[in-house]
Design a protein around this ligand. Structure first.
Ligand code: ZN
Length: 134
């Protein structure tokens, strides 16, 4: 089951500047900053009611975020859906013809296991499924 929009991911060039900007916008500091070396990103998370905003800056030029920013401006990069059983949703969506970037969930930021759906099968939107790691 898909429970809610867990967070919106926003690609930024300078996470220090964007942290300050979003802290001002949202009236709260990020509750967490975390580097996910495997994904080539520095992240920070802001709580927004029941959802979150994730800022993402590339750690190196081969990072998916660096490649994204070569083609696109800073802005919304992905939406993340909170699910209660990620393995079930992967099987369900594959059977329905969606293209997933991996067949198995991977460890992501903020204590989640995650998988991405390719934007070619989701109207151009990069969609992340995430579930809390126990
Ligand atoms: Zn995310």
């Amino acid at each position: 089951m898909i429970k809610k929009i867990e967070h919106l991911g926003i690609a930024v060039k300078n996470i220090e500047e964007s942290n300050a900007l979003f802290a001002q916008l949202l009236g709260t500091a990020p509750y967490k900053s975390e580097t996910v070396e495997r994904e080539g990103v520095i992240t920070s998370f802001f709580q927004v009611g029941e959802s979150k905003i994730e800022l993402l800056q590339a750690t190196h030029s081969d990072s998916p975020i660096a490649k994204y920013l070569e083609k696109s401006k800073e802005g919304i990069h992905h939406i993340a859906l909170d699910v209660d059983n990620i393995e079930f949703e992967i099987a369900r969506l594959k059977a329905a013809g969606f293209v997933l970037l991996s067949d198995e969930p991977k460890p992501g930021a903020d204590g989640k296991k995650i998988v991405f759906l390719h934007p070619t099968s989701t109207n151009g939107v990069l969609v992340e499924l995430c579930q809390d790691r126990e």
